[in-house]
Structure formats: structure tokens, C-alpha cells
Design a protein around this ligand. Structure first.
Ligand code: ADP
Length: 688
């Protein structure tokens, strides 16, 4: 079966489809996931970068603001120091006037105290801090060490947070000041400027005043070894969430600021889940679609295969051509019928191309010599199909070509092998023709001798009309000469004898004819039985030639035999009859030259060859001359007489002996008939 879809699925075979499905889904899954992961990781990186940058910026801003604020406290202390070192006796009210503008922009400052030596003797603001005045650091064991450190080192220190008496916690910045003794006798002195800073106010103001946005902020202290040593602001948990860290050195220690986005850092978990979910959905959809396609394809293939195998199993050729007259598919039978055009019968090729290939290869016997004309007629019939037509192929087969147009404009073609039917029809026609010929011939062959017999018999009935009789009558009445009378009688006798002879010859001919017809009839009815008996081939052939020598001699032909003395078992009467037919024909159809009978034999068979130099037989007549009533050339035959039964009878007789008869011939140069039969007819299971 050749079909268009075969070529369409050449790349993907049906059995590969499930594998292709799985591979496609897997690849799609991998690809989709890979792509999604790439996109996700890109987005994630971006958002992480953004978050990191944003958080870093905030941390830096807080650190900067904090530093700025602490510097401000130092500036306050420095300002007080520079004044107090020049005016050590500054009164409480002067001190207040000095400090008030300095702390105006620092709301986290609770108070600023000033000690002369270890005793606090001035404070701002005075209100609410009256109790501070007079405090002697030497009576405060928790503070004396810090005070001494400040005085000894001359450095400003920031302590805390420390618990306040009035509640809350605060940082304490202490800065020393030193007063040189002057010439008037005052001795050098020193003291400490203490700036008390409310922790909550300081840190909240700074953190919240710098737009921390959606961030969680925590500030903790680090010891000189950079280990955390207490939380200053916010929740310690911030430091457990991979915060952005920024440190602010405070002496040998530091404050560490930690910042994280309030919602945490961008996570890839949800994105990955989304990616996988998307991949799964995509693959599901693709898988479903492919499965649906596969199911449709499979059911289509099943129907198509059923149709194909049904079409392929029909005994006749089938082909379908589309609207453009291109072959859609054809079954094997179709392609086999047109064996010379086999290569051109493929889907997609046009009907015209296939015909042209056939014409080139000599596929269509009727087209030979008139190819273009035939092509036009054939195409016209194909495009407007009407009645089925018969087509003769190069190999002698006959096809019945039936074509119809479908409503869609396709052409459906059937090719039915009608060779046997055609041959039977031809045989029937030939047989009919042969019978007609036979009737013509037979009526002639019967009438001619019968007319002679009747005519001569009438003469014999009424001798008085004969010239010789009249001569005898006259001699008897007018002449007394005995010799004259004898001569007249002899003439009459001769004429009567001649007539009797003609009657006998015609009767013999008639008898032969009737015998032939009867033999043939018997053979047809299978009534002839062989009576095999031992005989010698040479002797048998001799009896044949003896009877025919005269005929050959009459035509001036030689009749030679070169036959071996082969003992054999056969029906002598029938074998002789067969040989007489063949040798008789050789004489009958030879005008000059001669006939040569020879033999060959082996252990099982003997072959008798009858060769003549006669008119010969054309090759196309070889087979049919053995059919009954067939005469090749009516003119020659008529001249030679005959019934067309001889060879048919001969073949039957030879076949009954288990043998066969063949002919070889060159037209105009002669023929050789070869009879081949078993040496012992009894050993064969023949019809005898
Ligand atoms: P017929 O009675 O006509 O001879 P046959 O059956 O014997 O009938 O022969 C059939 C035909 O075969 C003959 O009519 C003749 O045309 C042809 N034929 C037979 N033998 C020969 C031959 N030796 N040479 C030429 N033609 C022959």
C-alpha cells in the first residue's frame, strides 16, 4: 500500500509517540523550570540588592545622625570648658545663661552638671535638678572611678546607660576641665562637665527621625573585643536576622547598629514554589494537549489502517486521486498491475506523470505508435469517467478500468484483471469463427466428392449418354470389323473404370473426412481407448511412408526417413494415424523440396521429427494450429483441402500416449513437427 500519510509520519513513527510525549513533557518541564529559575533568581537578586542597598543606606544615615548628635554633646562640653577655664567662678545663673542656648537643639539632654573638683556646684537646668547641687562624687563609689579616669586621662568619656534616680536610663558624657593657677595665688584646679543624655529620647529621635521606613532597628554596645555587651535600642532579635551592621566607635568600645527589613529579606522560597507550580501547570496543559492529540491521532490511525488493510485485501487494484489529480494512495495490487510503472506510482505524483512514465516504458500495448493521441484520450476519459473500459498491458494482461468521481472531486479508480475472461471470450470467438470456417469447409469438402460420386453414378446408371458408349453402339451396328468393335468396347470400359475410380477416390476422401470428424467427436467425448502393443518404430514409420510416397511423388517431393529401429509399446493404429496427419500435412503444405523423417531416443522417450521445406507457419499461429477447425491460411488450405482437425486429433492421440507435440517453423522456409512419446506407453498412467 502506498499512501500520502506514510510520508507524513516518516519522521515520527506511531510507536514512538508515547516516548516523544514523555520526552517533550520532560524537556518542557526542565526548560520551563530552568527559565523560571533564571527569571526568579534574577528578580530575587535584584530585590535583594535593592533591599540591601536600602537597608545599608538607612544604617549609614542612623550612624551618621548618631555620630553627629554625640559630637554635638562634645561640642556642648567643649564650649562650657572653654568658658569655665577662663571664668572659673561663673555663677549658677551665668552658667544657666551659658548652657541654655547650647542644649537648645539637643532635647535628649536631661541636664549638664559642672563640678569643681569632685563636688557638683552648678547645674542646668536648675529646676528639677536642685538635688544634684552639692553631690560629692567621692561619696559615690560607682562614679568615682569614672571621674578619676576622666580627670587623669583628660579625655571625654561616654558612659551608660545608667539608671537615673528620677527614673529611666541615660548616657553620661564626662569631660574634664583644668584651671591653671595664676599669679594672684589661686591654685590650679579641675572639674568635670557631665552631660546627662536621655537614652530613649536620644536613640528614638535619631532612629525615627531618619525615616527608617519598613525596617527594624536595634543598637547594641560592643566591648573592646567587639563582643556584644548589652542592647541599647530596639530588639536583640534584629541581630539574628542577618542585619546590615554599622559601627560607631565610642572610645575603646563601640555602638553597633543593626538593620533588617521589617518583612525580612526577600526570600526565594515562594518564588521557587511559584516557578514549580507554573512549570507543573504548563506541563500538565502541554501533556494534556499532547495526550489529546495522541488519542485523536491514534484513533485516526486505527481507522486509516483498517481502511488501508480493507483496501489492500481487495482482489482488485484500487487508487485514489485528489482534486489536483495527484495520487493519494494506491493498493499493492494497483502498483503490481502496472509493473513497468511501479516507480512512478507514489503519493503526490500526478495521474498524467504516471501515464507518461507508462508510455515511456511501453506499459500500454494499445498506445504504442500513437502515444500522444492515446494520452489525450485517456486523460479525457479519466477526467470525465463514464463506462468502464478495457486496457491491454504490455505483459498481455487485460484490465477493466472503472473510474468514478466522488462528490469532493476526487477520482476513485478500480482495476480488475479480466485477462482470463478476455482470453475465454477470444477463445469463444475464435472457436465460433473456427466452427463457421469448418462448416464452410466441410460443406465444400462433403459436397465436392459427393457431387462427383452422384454425377458419375448417374453416368453409370445411364451409359447411353457416354460418348464411348455411343461409339461402341455405332461400331456394333455399322462395323463388322471385330477389332473396331473391341476398341470401342475397351474405350467404354476405360471410361467406366475412370468414373468408378473417381467415385472410389471421392468416397475414400469422404470416408477419411467422416472418420476424422468421428475421431474428433470420440476424442472430445473421451471415448477413444488406446490398445498399446509392442511395435518397432522403424516398421511403423515405414507403413506411414509407403501410403504417402505416391502423394509426395505426385508433387515431385522427396520423402526420406532416418528412423532407428526402436522397440516400443504404443497403439500402432493411433500412432500411425498421428504420423500420417503430420507427414500428410508436410506433403500438403510443401511445394518443392521434400520431407525428412528422423528419430532420436533415450531410455524412456523417443522423439520423431518431421521436417519439411514448405510454406512454414508464423510463430503467433504455433499454438492455435493445434486447435480444432483452425486453418492458418484459408487460400492455401482450400487449395490443399483439409478440415482443420488433423493436428487437434494428433495432439490428443500423443497426449493419450503421455507425450507431446511441438512445432518450430520459419515462414516460407519450412516447419519441423516433433512428437515426443514414452517408449513404453504401458508404464505410464495414461488414459488408455
Ligand atoms: P488441415 O486439415 O487443414 O490440414 P490440420 O489440423 O492438420 O488441418 O492443420 C491445421 C493447420 O495447420 C493447417 O490448415 C495449416 O494451415 C497448418 N499446418 C499444419 N501442418 C503444416 C505444415 N507442415 N506446414 C505448414 N502449415 C501447416
Amino acid at each position: 500500500m502506498v499512501g500520502r500519510t506514510d510520508s507524513l509520519i516518516r519522521v515520527l513513527k506511531p510507536r514512538d509517540f508515547p516516548i516523544a510525549l514523555v520526552v517533550t513533557i520532560a524537556l518542557t518541564l526542565l526548560l520551563t523550570t530552568f527559565m523560571a529559575e533564571r527569571v526568579n533568581s534574577y528578580l530575587l537578586n535584584n530585590s535583594r540588592q535593592e533591599a540591601l542597598q536600602d537597608t545599608t543606606n538607612h544604617a549609614e544615615a542612623i550612624r551618621h545622625a548618631l555620630q553627629h548628635e554625640l559630637i554635638k554633646f562634645e561640642v556642648i562640653a567643649q564650649a562650657i570648658r572653654s568658658v569655665i577655664e577662663r571664668q572659673p567662678n561663673l555663677s549658677q545663673s551665668e552658667y544657666q545663661d551659658l548652657v541654655a542656648p547650647l542644649v537648645e537643639t539637643s532635647p535628649s539632654v536631661i541636664n549638664v552638671g559642672l563640678s569643681s573638683g569632685y563636688v557638683v556646684d552648678r547645674v542646668f537646668p536648675f529646676e528639677g535638678n536642685e538635688s544634684v547641687l552639692g553631690v560629692d562624687y567621692r561619696t559615690l563609689p560607682t562614679q568615682i572611678e569614672g571621674i578619676d579616669h576622666v580627670l587623669n586621662s583628660g579625655e571625654t568619656t561616654l558612659l551608660g546607660p545608667v539608671d537615673l534616680i528620677q527614673g529611666g536610663t541615660a548616657f553620661v558624657q564626662r569631660s574634664p576641665y583644668f584651671i591653671e593657677g595664676d599669679g594672684s595665688g589661686s591654685s590650679p584646679s579641675s572639674g568635670v562637665i557631665s552631660v546627662i543624655i536621655d537614652r530613649e529620647t536620644l536613640l528614638s529621635r535619631i532612629v525615627e527621625g531618619h525615616g527608617i521606613g519598613d525596617h527594624d532597628v536595634a543598637i547594641r554596645k560592643l566591648d573592646p573585643n567587639s563582643n556584644p555587651s548589652g542592647i541599647l535600642y530596639g530588639n536583640d532579635d534584629v541581630f539574628k536576622q542577618s542585619p546590615v551592621l554599622n559601627s560607631l566607635p565610642i572610645g575603646s568600645k563601640a555602638w553597633q547598629i543593626g538593620l533588617v527589613p521589617s518583612d525580612g529579606w526577600p526570600k526565594d522560597v515562594s518564588a521557587s514554589a511559584l516557578v514549580w507550580a507554573l512549570s507543573a501547570v504548563t506541563c500538565g496543559v502541554i501533556g494534556f494537549l499532547l495526550l489529546a492529540l495522541w488519542t485523536i491521532y491514534k484513533s485516526k490511525r486505527t481507522v486509516e489502517n483498517q481502511l488501508r488493510s480493507a483496501i489492500n485485501s481487495i482482489e482488485d487494484g484500487f487508487a485514489l486521486y485528489d482534486q489536483d489529480d495527484r495520487l493519494v494512495f494506491a493498493n499493492d495490487k494497483y502498483a503490481n498491475y502496472y509493473n513497468l510503472t511501479h516507480d512512478a506510482i507514489f503519493p503526490g505524483n500526478t495521474f498524467e506523470n504516471i501515464l507518461r512514465a507508462g508510455l515511456k516504458a511501453g506499459q500500454y500495448s494499445e498506445a504504442i505508435g500513437r502515444e500522444e493521441e492515446w494520452l489525450k484520450e485517456r486523460l479525457a476519459a479519466h477526467r470525465n469517467p463514464t463506462e468502464p473500459v478495457e486496457q491491454k498491458l504490455a505483459d498481455g494482461r487485460w484490465l477493466k478500468v472503472a473510474e468514478t468521481r466522488s462528490p469532493e472531486g476526487n477520482t476513485v479508480g478500480f482495476r480488475v484483471d479480466v485477462t482470463e475472461l478476455k482470453q475465454a471470450q477470444q477463445r469463444a470467438e475464435a472457436a465460433n469463427q473456427a466452427k463457421n470456417n469448418f462448416l464452410n469447409i466441410i460443406s465444400h469438402e462433403l459436397r465436392t466428392p459427393l457431387t462427383s460420386v452422384i454425377g458419375y453414378a448417374r453416368f453409370l446408371e445411364n451409359l447411353s449418354v457416354l460418348r464411348s458408349y455411343k461409339a461402341l453402339e455405332q461400331a456394333m451396328t455399322t462395323s463388322c470389323d471385330i477389332e473396331t468393335r473391341k476398341r470401342a468396347l475397351a474405350e467404354l470400359h476405360s471410361e467406366v473404370a475412370s468414373m468408378s475410380n473417381r467415385i472410389t477416390t471421392s468416397s475414400d476422401h469422404l470416408l477419411n473426412l467422416i472418420n476424422d470428424i468421428l475421431d474428433r467427436a470420440q476424442l472430445e467425448a473421451e471415448k477413444i481407448k488406446l490398445h498399446p502393443e509392442p511395435l518397432d518404430l522403424k516398421d511403423l514409420v515405414k507403413t506411414v511412408t509407403t501410403g504417402l510416397e505416391i502423394k509426395a511423388a505426385e508433387k515431385g517431393l522427396t520423402l526420406q526417413t532416418d528412423v532407428a529401429a526402436v522397440p516400443m509399446v504404443a497403439d500402432p493404429k493411433r500412432l500411425r494415424q498421428a504420423l500420417i496427419n503430420v507427414v500428410g500435412n508436410a506433403i500438403k503444405f510443401t511445394e518443392s523440396g521434400g520431407i525428412h523423417i528422423s528419430s532420436e531416443h533415450d531410455e524412456s522417450h523417443v522423439r520423431i521429427m518431421v521436417r519439411d521445406t514448405g510454406c512454414g507457419i508464423s510463430a503467433e499461429d504455433f499454438e492455435q494450429i493445434f486447435d480444432q477447425f483452425v486453418q492458418v491460411d484459408a487460400t492455401v488450405t482450400r487449395r490443399n483441402s483439409g478440415t482443420g482437425l488433423g493436428l487437434a486429433i494428433t495432439r490428443e492421440i500423443i497426449a493419450l500416449h503421455g507425450g507431446k507435440i511441438d512445432v518450430e517453423s520459419n515462414l516460407g522456409r519450412g516447419s519441423t513437427f516433433t512428437i515426443s512419446i514414452p517408449i513404453n506407453a504401458n508404464e505410464l498412467e495414461i488414459a488408455a
